[in-house]
Design a protein around this ligand. Structure first.
Ligand SMILES: [Zn+2]
Length: 186
């Protein structure tokens, strides 16, 4: 996409147009190597594409028209230059992400979960990591108290583990655009 000289004001106009949209669409940003980096508001993605910092990989059917440009709303963009990313710190499990990973289901009995349970209780040194937190219902949580599942006669239905990237992104962003799936797989 080439950017006419008069486009700078246009970029501003697009920012405003996109900002007034009732639900801000979001775009997945890929590194030059196609590795997913982050999710940004679509208006930021438009600015990166118009500024030739990124190329448009996938876009929505919707477009934005203005005097000089027609810009599709990006859903996936790729940075033109490789950005060195410091080895990502492990994301610690948020309540929302744990519920999403466990499908809001108690990992002991299968009922609807309302609590977060530390498998090895925190009082016994259990860490707050993906492998030690599960969604649980009030009943199982109360029954377990400060005991291990074994001590409480409870059994985990699955072995808790860190979620796949798309689950994590969905938990952080709220939803995953269908266009993102192929880049988030694995
Ligand atoms: Zn339960």
């Amino acid at each position: 996409m080439t950017v006419p000289p008069a486009a700078r004001a246009e970029v501003r106009a697009f920012r405003i147009l996109l900002a007034i949209g009732d639900r801000m669409p979001k775009a997945l940003v890929l590194n030059a190597t196609y590795e997913p980096l982050c999710v940004v508001p679509a208006r930021r993605a438009v600015v990166l594409v118009l500024g030739e910092k990124a190329e448009l990989i996938r876009h929505d059917d919707r477009v934005l028209h203005s005097q000089f440009l027609t810009v599709p709303i990006p859903s996936v963009i790729r940075l033109r230059e490789y950005v060195k990313v410091p080895r990502r710190r492990r994301v610690s499990p948020s309540r929302r992400a744990v519920f999403m990973r466990d499908d809001h289901t108690c990992q002991y009995c299968g009922q609807r979960a309302e609590n977060i349970d530390h498998v090895i209780p925190r009082s016994k040194g259990g860490p707050h990591v993906w492998e030690n937190v599960v969604a649980s219902c009030r009943h199982c949580n109360g029954r377990k108290e400060n005991r291990t599942p074994q001590e409480a006669g409870l059994r985990l239905r699955t072995k808790p583990a860190a979620p796949r990237p798309h689950t994590l992104i969905a938990a952080l962003v709220g939803s995953v655009h269908p266009h993102w799936m192929e880049y988030l797989a694995g």
